[in-house]
Design a binder for this molecule. Sequence first.
Ligand code: GUN
Ligand code: ZN
Length: 455
Amino acid sequence: MSDRTLYRAAYLHTPENPFLYPGALKTEQDGGILVGPGSAGHGTILDCGEFAAVRAAAPDAAILDLRGPDAQAGVLLPGFVDTHVHYPQVRVLGGLGMGLLEWLDRNTLPEEAKFSSAPYARTVAKEFLSGLAGHGTTTALVFGSHFAAAMDEFFGEARASRLRIVAGQVVSDRMLRPELHTTPELAYTEGKALIARWHGGPDTGVEDRLLYAVTPRFSLSASEGILDACAALLRETPGARFTSHINENLQEIETVRALFPQARDYLDTYERAGLLGRRSVLAHNVHVTDRELGGMAVHHCSAAHCPCSNSALGSGFFPLARHLAAGVHVSLGTDVGGGTGFGMLKEGLQAYFMQQLMPGGHPLSPAHLLYLSTLAGAEALDLQKTCGDFSVGKAFDAVYLRPGAGTPLETVIRHAEGPERVLAAVFTLGGAADVRQVWVGGDSVYARPNTQGEF
Ligand code: GUN
Ligand code: ZN
C-alpha cells in the first residue's frame, strides 16, 4: 500500500503576502494535494495543483476525496494560525461590559488563580485544545498559566493533541493578586525546567510541534528584575519565542509610563531588557506611537492584532495601515477570553469591519483575510518553512470546511462566481459548525463524522 495520500478538494491558499503581491491568492477548483514522507516529516506536501495532473504523476497514491460521495461543496484551506490566545481563559469567554483592567480584576485573574490545582488545569487544557482544533486552528501562540504545574499539564495535553503549540508560563511579580506573583529567581528556575521538559527547538530531541515562549504578562505586572529573568531564558534557549501584551488600553499605558519613568515608551520596557527580535510577538498594539513602530520594524518583531477583543473590551481601532507603512509584520489572534471565541474566520471578518469603519483604515480583500489567518501567523512565529500554506515541502496542516447542505454558506459556495467570492463567503458565514476535518503534518487532529458515517 502507498504511504502517500492524494487529497481531492477545491483549495485556496496564499503562498505569498497579498499586501505585497496582488496575485497572491492561489486556488484550484478541482485540486489535488499529495501528502507523504518528506522534509517536513511523514505528512509533507509532495505535490499540489490540478487534481488530474497530480494524479497522473502519482498513480499509486491512495485518494481521499474530501467532497464525499455527492461531490458536496466545500473548501480546503491551510490550518489557521492563532498568534494570541490564553489557555486559562476558556471559562471567562463572554464576559462583556468591562474595559481591560476591570475585566482582568473581576473576571479573569480570579479564574486564573484556580490553575494552582493541577487537575483543574488539565481539564481546562483539554477544553482549550479541543476549542482550537474544532475551529480549524492548527498552530497557536498560547499565553499560559502563572503556575508551572499547570503548564506541565498543558504541554502534556498539547503533545497528545498533535497541534503545533508555542507556549510558556506567564510570569508577573506585581499588581495582579498575590497567588499569581512569582520572583525573578523562581521565574528563571521554573522556566528552565519547563524548557528542558517541553521545548522542541533545534537539537533538543524533544517533539518539534511544541516550542517554548518566554511570557511576561505585561510590563504593568512585571518589574525590571523579572523582565531580566525572561531575557536570560530567551538568550539561553535557541529557538524560543517571546510574547507579551503592549499598548492595548489607555489606562494601562499611563500606568506603565509611571512604573518605568526611565523608558522612552511602552515598547522600550521590553526593548531595553533585550526581549525583542524576529521571534517576538506583541499582542494588541492599538495605541502605538511612531517611535514604537520604528523600533518594532528595526527588531523585526510582529504585532498580533486581536480585533474581536479590541471591540469587546473597547480597547480601540488597530492602526493596520500605520503598521504596514512602517514595515511591521501583522498577524491575527483571537485573544480568548478577552476576545469572543476560537474562530479565526470571525477574527478575519472583524478585522475587515474595523478597517472599514476606522478613519484611515486599510481595505482588506478576502485574500488579505486568508493570509492574516494563516501564513502571516506562521511568519510571525518564524514557522513559515513548516506551515501556513500548501507549498511543496511544507507540512500538510489543513482545515476542510464543508457546510451542511442547504445552509447559506453551502448555497453561496455552490453558486459563487470565483474564488474571491467563495472566500468572502467563508469569512462572512463560516464557523466551527462547518469544520469537517483538520490535519497537522498529515495527522488527523479533528474529524466530525456526518450522519452517513463516511469519512
Ligand atoms: N493584558 C494583560 N493581561 C491580559 C489578558 O489576559 N488579556 C488581555 N486582552 N490583555 C491583557
Ligand atoms: Zn491577551
